[in-house]
Every structure is written in structure tokens, then in C-alpha cells.
Design a protein. Sequence first.
Length: 340
Amino acid sequence: MKKIGFLSFGHWTPSPQSQTRSAGDTLLQSIELAVAAEELGADGAYFRVHHFARQLASPFPLLAAVGARTSRIEIGTAVIDMRYENPLYMAEDAGSADLIAGGRLQLGISRGSPEQVIDGWRYFGYQPAEGADDADMGRRHAEVFLDLLRGEGFAKPNPHPMFPNPPGLLRLEPHSDGLRERIWWGAGSNATAVWAARLGMNLQSSTLKNDETGEAFHVQQAAQIRAYRAAWKEAGHAREPCVSVSRSIFALMDDRDRAYFGRGGESEDQIGFIDPQTRAIFGRSYAAEPDVLIEQLRNDEAITEADTLLLTIPNQLGVAYCAHAIEAILKHVAPALGWR
């Protein structure tokens, strides 16, 4: 395991039991947690994107703010739903945030998952082309975005511009060199993982994927990662790919941990349907004393296959508790898994 970061869904609720009761609470606490995680030695701060929900949505102001407050930690998403995105505007936003962060962005993108409203992307002004569905549209938006990040000119300049232009066709600005190689695809199936490899994207695999074989979640996820790496090698890309998996993992260090997570309610994989046609498998959570956790995680085949582990954190419990949960893993579990 080369890197360990955290992943926040950025929930908020007006409930008095929550430490994040507004969007402002969630945004500001996300910045503070990234700062704390960097001080603890974590490698990444990642944020989920959901529309029409009391969760983090528009990611680039947050990513830019985290980039301005930190100096080392990687900053990313897991994932941006490309069905909702204008690839050109997104390329400008991403370039700006990456330059502010000094080239530390790690953008996870995807065709998206079921959202809070029906066909929410229609409200953003998008609809699939004739003969295509929303997943096709999301992948098409991703392909356009990747092409733009190459930084090549494509737009014919005005012969009488307000300001002088460089010679040739114009590209979107600001452009950040190297960002194209730091784009990750959140794959829900083996086929989309292979597709991502062919396009030269890194792979993000979460605690949810299509149930393609009926095997345990971590076994299916490990097979997905191996299929991705084989496709990457076949495509002949010059660099080595990166692969991340996310997990809910809690070391039971004190009475708070045991009260929150010590009951083992999600210690087995779950089966469900993300839409009427797609049977999905949801990976288990881990919560135990450090020595037990180490043995459990060593038996997780997908964690063994991946380069990066993202710890999903309960952001509504507040910055101090989430920092404690991250620190417990980094100090008492991660070294035994080969981290650092």
C-alpha cells in the first residue's frame, strides 16, 4: 500500500446530533480536515460529488481552497458525475484549481450513480444523443474533457481580438501541464475499468460494483483491478497506472470508537440494485481493534492489489473525531500493511 487518504461524502443535516448542520459547516470543515490530515501524514483528501442532495456538489471551489491551505497532500474527487458536466467549463475550473494547488489535483470522474432526482442531468441542460443513454453521454463528456486537457489548440481566433493572441489555434486557459495524467475513472464494472485503461485514466474502485460473478466483493474487485492492469499493459501506455479502493475502516481505540462502530452491523457484503436492471454488491465495513484489523485487511484481495486506500470518514461527527479516526489507522494499522 503506497498511499492512504480519506474520502468524505460531505453530508450535512440540521439535526442537533450532527456537527455539520449547514453547507457552510461542511465546506469549512472539509478544508480543516484536509489541513489536519496533511499534518498527520496522510497522502490524500478526496471528496464525493452529489447533486440535489445535502452533500458536497460543486467541487472546484473546495479543491482550490484546500490547495491554498495545504502544501503536500493530494486533493481529489471520487467521483464527479460527468453526465452533469460541461467538459469545456470543467477544463477551465480544473486547470485553475490545479495551478492553485501546485499540481496536486487527482480528479476522479465517472458516468455517475443513481441520484436524488430522476434524470437530474436534464435540469443541467443535457440529454443523451439519439440512440445513446445517459451512461454513454457521461463517457462522451469524459472523452471530450480528456482531449481538452492535452492542451492543444482547437478554436479559430478572432482576427480582431480585444487582446493579442498567441499564434495558431487557441486552447482553453488556464492550462495545467500534467493534469491529464491525474484523471481517474470510477468504474462500476470490469468492462468500464478496461475502457478506462485504454484511454489512459487511473482507476478508482469504491465499495460498490456490479455483481458480475457472485463472489465476495473484494474478490470481484481484485479481478476488476487485474483486468484493468492487463488492458493498460496491452494499450502500451508509457507510464504506470494508479489504482485506488475505498473502504470504511475504523480502529477501535477508545469508548467513542466502540460506541459509534463497535457493533459490527456491516461486517458482511450486501446485495442490492442500483437500478432495476443492475444487481450490485456493496463491500463490507471494518471495525475492530488494530491487531484484528490488520489481519482482516491483509485478507482483502483488492486492498492488496491497489496502490491507494481511501478511508471513508463520517464527516458529520466533526473534524476532531475524523482526524482521530484517520490517525488511528495511520499509526496503528497502516505500517503493518506496508505503508511507508
